[in-house]
Design a protein around this ligand. Structure first.
Ligand code: PAF
Length: 280
């Protein structure tokens, strides 16, 4: 795997790949990789495709008091995992490359970015949209891969790509889970062994609520029950919401797919998860 830390080198390598007829696919990450990220690389791999992963812990998507300084950084093991997964090229930009002195542009996506995590983490999705727009311009992929665990992020990226006519096809890759159902996340390392055991309440509560709503139960009651189950397991709940899977509106359009989304804090760790209500 080739590794680039400087934009001119990255662009020259990708120009050469495109000139030889190869397609470029991008897997953007913040590192501390796990099997969820590797599933993105595997989804991106195709004959004739150069797969680029990026690792950049983007300061602009962390709010004041969030975990930027302690966010796990594992460059050596990340490189080993990407190499093993068959990633062709790694883009590892330094922060001065992404945000040089005088940097003054923010990409802000209204609507889909406003509720849920957008309300709980002001500025977060502006930071995400800005860095993803930069990564798209730097790498110029024809396909890009994002995990469905960050469901709202995926909706924000799709909206931005549509609105700004970016020529990239966005693929959402299903959430990878531990055997007990906990969604894989780089932040799971923050959980103490005891919190890790209790964390399974999050996917369980969503599963129970999704089945109840699917079965025709009152959705407000299902959301309240999920909140109560999480609180009983020791979580401090940010939200449990049922939304339109495309617009993320809390009033799903009849006939359109619905998604359950939740965010809750266990000790110092904020976990998010989501589940499709309408299957098939
Ligand atoms: O999902 C992530 O890891 C990040 O939000 C992303 C998309 C790499 C942007 O920094």
């Amino acid at each position: 795997m080739e590794i680039y830390r400087e934009l001119a080198g990255l662009r020259a390598a990708l120009e050469a790949a495109r000139a030889s007829g190869r397609e470029v696919a991008l897997v953007p990450t913040m590192g501390a990789l796990h099997a969820g990220h590797i599933a993105l690389v595997e989804a991106a791999r195709r004959p004739g495709t150069t797969v680029v992963a990026s690792i950049f812990v983007n300061p602009r998507q962390f709010g004041a008091g969030e975990d930027l300084s302690r966010y796990p950084r594992k460059e050596t093991s990340d490189i080993a995992m990407l190499t093993e997964a068959g990633c062709d090229l790694l883009w590892l930009p330094p922060v001065e490359q992404m945000y040089p002195d005088g940097f003054a542009t923010i990409v802000s996506v209204s609507g889909v970015s406003e509720g849920l995590d957008g309300a709980a983490r002001p500025g977060h999705f502006d930071g995400v949209a800005t860095v993803v727009a930069k990564l798209f311009n730097q790498v110029r992929p024809t396909r890009a891969f994002f995990g469905e665990k960050d469901f709202q992020q995926l909706a924000v990226v799709r909206r931005m790509v549509t609105d700004l006519d970016v020529e990239v096809e966005i693929t959402g890759v299903p959430t990878q889970r531990e055997d007990d159902g906990l969604a894989l996340s780089s932040r799971n390392v923050y959980l103490s062994p005891e919190e890790r055991q209790r964390a399974v309440a999050l996917p369980r509560a969503l599963g129970i609520a999704a089945r109840a709503i699917r079965g025709g139960s009152d959705s407000a009651k299902a959301l309240d029950d999920a909140t109560a189950a999480l609180t009983a397991a020791g979580f401090e709940v940010d939200y449990v919401a049922l939304v339109d899977a495309e617009t993320l509106s809390p009033q799903p359009t009849p006939g359109r797919r619905r998604q359950l989304l939740a965010a809750a804090r266990l000790g110092k760790t904020r976990l998010i998860d989501n589940l499709a209500v309408d299957l098939g």
